[in-house]
Structures are given as C-alpha cells and as structure tokens.
Design a protein around this ligand. Structure first.
Ligand code: UDP
Ligand code: MG
Length: 320
C-alpha cells in the first residue's frame, strides 16, 4: 500500500471516447494508494466529456472536476490542476492513455527510493504517431535544449510525478503562456527519468492540431531562450559585413578597366534575400513583443465555470 497522498491531474478536451476507459484504468491503479484524488479538468469540451465525468463524480467522491468556461488549452488545464491539487504530490497524465497509468506506483517508488522531487516519463519509443510528429519532436527538443538557458529534458512530455516542493514552486509562476515541462526543468531539485513506451491514442483524434503544436513550440522557445534575438543581431552584422565587402568589390571594379554594368538579376536576388532576412528578424522581434503584450495584459489564464466535489463546492452542486 502506498501511503503518500497523491493528486492525479488529467486534462480533457473532447475526450468522450476515451474518458470512461481512462477512469477505469486509473482507478484500478489507485487501488494501491491509501489516499488520493483524481482531478479532471474539462477544458471547454463540446462533446459529452463533462456529462460523463459528472456522472462518475456522483458515485466516486475521489473524483474532482474543474470545468473551464471555454477551451483555454492543455497547459492552462494542467496549471489549474496543479493549483487546485490538495495532496502531497501530483501526477500529470494525458486523458488519451498514451501514457500508462500503471507507471504511477513505479514513479512513487523512485520518488521515495531516490529522493527525487520530479520523476518524469521519458519516451523510449513512440507508437502510432506520424513520422512527421516523431521527427519534428526529436528535432525540436534538441534545438530547445541547445538554446535554452537551463537544460531541458529530451523526449519528455508533461507525464510526470512532482512532489509538493515542486508544486509550490510551480504555483509561483505567473507567466500567462505556460510551457510547463520547461518550468519544471527550470525549478531544479532532483529530477529523475523513468523510461516508458508511448502508446497510440486509445481512441479519438489528437487534440493538438498543427496550429496548436506550433504555438506551443513557439512558447517553449520564446519563454526559455533569448538566443533568437542574439541570432537576429548576428545575422544583421553578417549582412552588414557582406554588404561592405560587396561595396569594396564594386569600387575596385569601378576603377579597373573591366567595369561592366551589373545585371538586374543579381540586384533582384540581393533585394529578395535581404528583404527576407529583414522580415525574418522583424518576425523574431514580433514573437517576443507579442509575448510581452500577453504578459502585461495580465489576464487570467483560464476561467473556471464549475467545480465539482472540491471541498466547499458541494452546495453549488446541489443548486445546479
Ligand atoms: N488537451 C486539452 N486542451 C486542449 C488540447 C488538448 O486539455 O486544448 C488535452 C487532451 O484532452 C489530452 C492532452 O491534453 O488529454 C494531450 O492532448 P493530445 O493527446 O490530443 O495531444 P498529443 O498526444 O496528440 O500531442
Ligand atoms: Mg495524446
């Protein structure tokens, strides 16, 4: 029997096809735990996810539900889960059973045996994902790790165990666009990997279309490294040097006998190329300015529409 009280955090967005099975698998694992709560965050689903969860929560008081007023995104959902978790540790897991709940006891064992504050799932294998996703993920994590000021764990998602110290440290982060795996790397403490095979989704489609994935990847880069700004500057310096060299070259040609009027194509190429470089660097600046804009607005990251089975939320539930 595991005596450590643990909060399980499960973000859900349109997961009606898997949520029942997820509950069954998680619940079976939790039989080995003495005290626990399972927090489902309904991230503005417009299918039957909330309905199914609410039904389950009626008979199972270990289930807690946080229901957002609309879709705020996976990272906001996990953030809400951590902030509302009341136990001594938390485990974050996706709703689609790509990560095995059966690993929970092993995570707790590593936490206790190695005094690890974070036990993060590291993907030894990824099954049922497109070559594009696998390759881009591999490349992205390596680039981010190279660029970022703190060392980032490679091939790691948000599937992890975190203890109370890390949860409390996380709650001090007020940034609006959260890149949670980066933040948890950033806080430090002892972090230990546990290898596992990432399975295909149990059912349904990915809730991370390319647009969301790119936004997420950009957040990781913008919030964890300033190197692109430096890179833009270096690129500028390089262009100036090339420009100067070209000017000298033209002058030499001008005073030599071989002076010929240069063709328009070389000019065109230069204009297009440097136009591209300029737009790219403006884009880099724009990325950072956009993030600053998001931060200064200081809007809440999510709005909770309903809380079910949380202490103090009982009365509200009866009225509904
Ligand atoms: N998710 C969420 N809000 C979103 C998108 C996803 O809460 O806007 C949840 C989703 O229900 C799942 C987890 O985040 O539990 C990971 O999403 P998904 O499995 O679709 O991403 P993938 O594994 O394909 O990267
Ligand atoms: Mg998934």
């Amino acid at each position: 029997m595991i005596t450590l009280p643990v909060s399980i955090i499960i973000p859900c967005y349109n997961e009606e096809e898997v949520i029942g099975e997820t509950y069954t698998r998680v619940k079976a694992v939790m039989a080995a735990f003495k005290k626990y709560e399972i927090i489902f965050i309904n991230d503005g689903s417009h299918d039957k996810t909330l309905e199914i969860l609410t039904r389950l929560a009626k008979t199972d008081k270990t289930i807690r539900i946080l229901s957002f007023s609309r879709n705020f995104g996976h990272q906001a959902a996990v953030t809400a889960g951590i902030r509302n978790a009341s136990m001594d540790a938390a485990i974050i897991i996706d709703a689609d059973l790509q990560d095995p709940p059966e690993l929970f006891p092993e995570m707790v064992r590593i936490h206790l045996a190695e005094k690890a504050n974070v036990v993060y799932g590291q993907r030894a294998k990824r099954k049922g994902e497109t070559i594009f996703k696998k390759l881009s993920a591999r490349l992205y994590y390596r680039i981010l790790n190279r660029f970022s000021e703190v060392s980032m764990q490679i091939d790691t998602g948000d599937f992890r165990f975190i203890d109370r110290k890390v949860m409390d440290a996380f709650c001090q982060f007020s940034e609006k666009n959260k890149y949670i795996r980066g933040i948890i790397s950033w806080v430090g403490f002892k972090q230990v990997p546990v290898l596992y095979t990432r399975e295909p989704r149990f059912a349904g489609e990915t809730k991370y279309p390319l647009r969301k994935m790119l936004h997420f990847a950009m957040t990781g880069l913008l919030y964890f490294t300033k190197k692109p700004l430096k890179l833009a500057m270096n690129l500028g310096i390089l262009c100036i040097l090339v420009g100067l060299a070209l000017a000298v070259w033209t002058l030499i040609l001008y005073f030599s006998d071989e002076f010929v009027v240069p063709g328009w194509s070389s000019q065109l190429i230069t204009i297009v190329f440097f136009g591209g470089v300029q737009l790219f660097t403006i884009g880099v600046l724009g990325g950072y300015i956009g993030s600053i804009f998001d931060e200064v607005k200081n809007r809440p990251e999510y709005v909770i529409g309903e809380k079910i089975n949380f202490p103090g939320s009982a009365k509200k539930q009866v009225r509904r």
